[in-house]
Design a binder for this molecule. Structure first.
Ligand code: KG4
Ligand code: ZN
Length: 347
């Protein structure tokens, strides 16, 4: 089955062609990173306009690279949530238009679930369930119990900023361009990770939940304190930036490792499946490898860590087999629950 996937939840316009949920024939991503770089974050209106400009060229390019025609496509899969409503609508309307004109089915999938599928798409049959899903991206920090592909139970998530968002905001405070995560990782290599008395967020009554906004504010005050109440990033020395990057990164990542491994113990999961842009961070991967040598850790390939449409096409294949197509009434959603099987009503 040939699936055409479309992704437009945030600041990447992407299209991929995937055979039978696993073989990636094309994976085209038009990143808007440079468009938003100087704003320190994604500007929704600009993102939407760029999606409109890029969606057709990106689809054309994917078909060309895969060497297939639209008539050979069996299913169109699109990210329907969560994300920026305007941005999602552009991808969804493109998918609906293709579906109507080609008379082919289409399906909308959960973008967060697709991030988890990205890690396993090259080895679906080898993954044993239940597993613990760990999504660490710019918009989400989520732990989920995975009974199977398409059958989940949410364990915990962030109550405020996502992990990647915290990396981006700390980077912005230091005058680094968006997305700041990779810049923080680079600076952290040259800094002392114990330079500031920073602490991870603790959520009262929900020990597995995440909170990064207090940590982010502590970074702000630490930097401001060092520069006589001014906040001009240009007044920070290179050494200060490296030390803050290293300390923030250590505290944030150690918190993620600790809560994730606690969740794995409580849910009795031997396999951990990771997804999302922050999984690019090598310090994160090393911390997990060290802290959990006996767990099976499944990381996405580099080209599937950030937002992409291969994961949307791959997951769409499985979801279509599981529950069939969607109809034209399907709409974009800014938020979405994980699909949970009936078993949950018993526990
Ligand atoms: O998964 P993704 O494309 O976005 C969402 O779906 O939300 O991830 C983007 C996020 C950004 O916040 C970016 O700063 C972060 O991933 N990121 C990193 C690294 N590479 C990307 N964070 C820390 N270290 C990295 N090396
Ligand atoms: Zn994403």
């Amino acid at each position: 089955m040939l699936v055409l996937g479309i992704e437009s939840t945030c600041d990447e316009t992407a299209c991929a062609i995937v055979r039978d949920g696993t073989a990636i024939l094309a994976n085209i991503v038009a990143s808007q990173a440079t468009l938003h770089e100087c704003y320190g974050g994604v500007v929704p209106e600009l993102a939407c306009r760029r999606h409109v400009d890029m969606i057709i060229p990106v689809i054309d390019e994917a078909l060309k690279q895969a060497g297939v025609t639209l008539n050979e496509i069996d299913l169109i899969s699109v990210a329907k949530a969560p994300g920026l409503i305007g941005a999602l609508m552009i991808g969804i309307n493109a998918a609906k238009a293709l579906s109507v004109t080609l008379e082919k089915p289409f399906i909308g999938v959960n973008h967060i679930e697709a991030h988890l599928y990205a890690a396993i798409m090259s080895q679906v049959e080898k993954v044993s369930f239940p597993s613990l899903g760990v999504v660490l991206s710019g918009g989400h920090t989520t732990l989920v119990y995975m009974r199977d592909i398409g059958d989940y139970k949410l364990i915990s998530e962030t109550i405020d900023d996502a992990l990647g968002e915290a990396f981006d905001k700390v980077a912005k405070m230091m005058g680094l361009p968006y997305p700041g995560g990779p810049h923080i990782e680079t600076l952290a290599k040259k800094g002392n990770p114990h330079s500031y008395p920073l602490k991870a967020g603790f959520v009262k009554g929900s020990p597995l939940s995440f909170s990064f906004s207090g940590l982010k504010t502590a970074v702000l005050y630490s930097l401001r304190g060092q520069n006589s109440s001014t906040l001009l990033p240009s007044q920070l020395s290179e050494e200060e930036k490296c030390n803050m990057a290293a300390t923030f990164q250590r505290v944030a990542l150690q918190d993620v490792v600790k809560k994730t491994l606690q969740a794995a113990i409580e849910a009795d999961c031997e396999t951990l499946i990771f997804g999302g842009g922050v999984t690019n961070n090598m310090a994160l991967r090393e911390l997990f490898a060290k802290a959990a040598p006996n767990k099976k850790l499944i990381w996405p390939k580099a080209e599937l860590t950030l937002d992409n449409a291969a994961m949307i096409a791959g997951l769409g294949y499985h979801q279509f087999r599981r529950r069939g197509a969607d109809n034209l009434l399907m709409e974009a959603q800014s938020r979405i629950e994980f699909y949970t099987s009936a078993k949950d009503s018993n526990n």
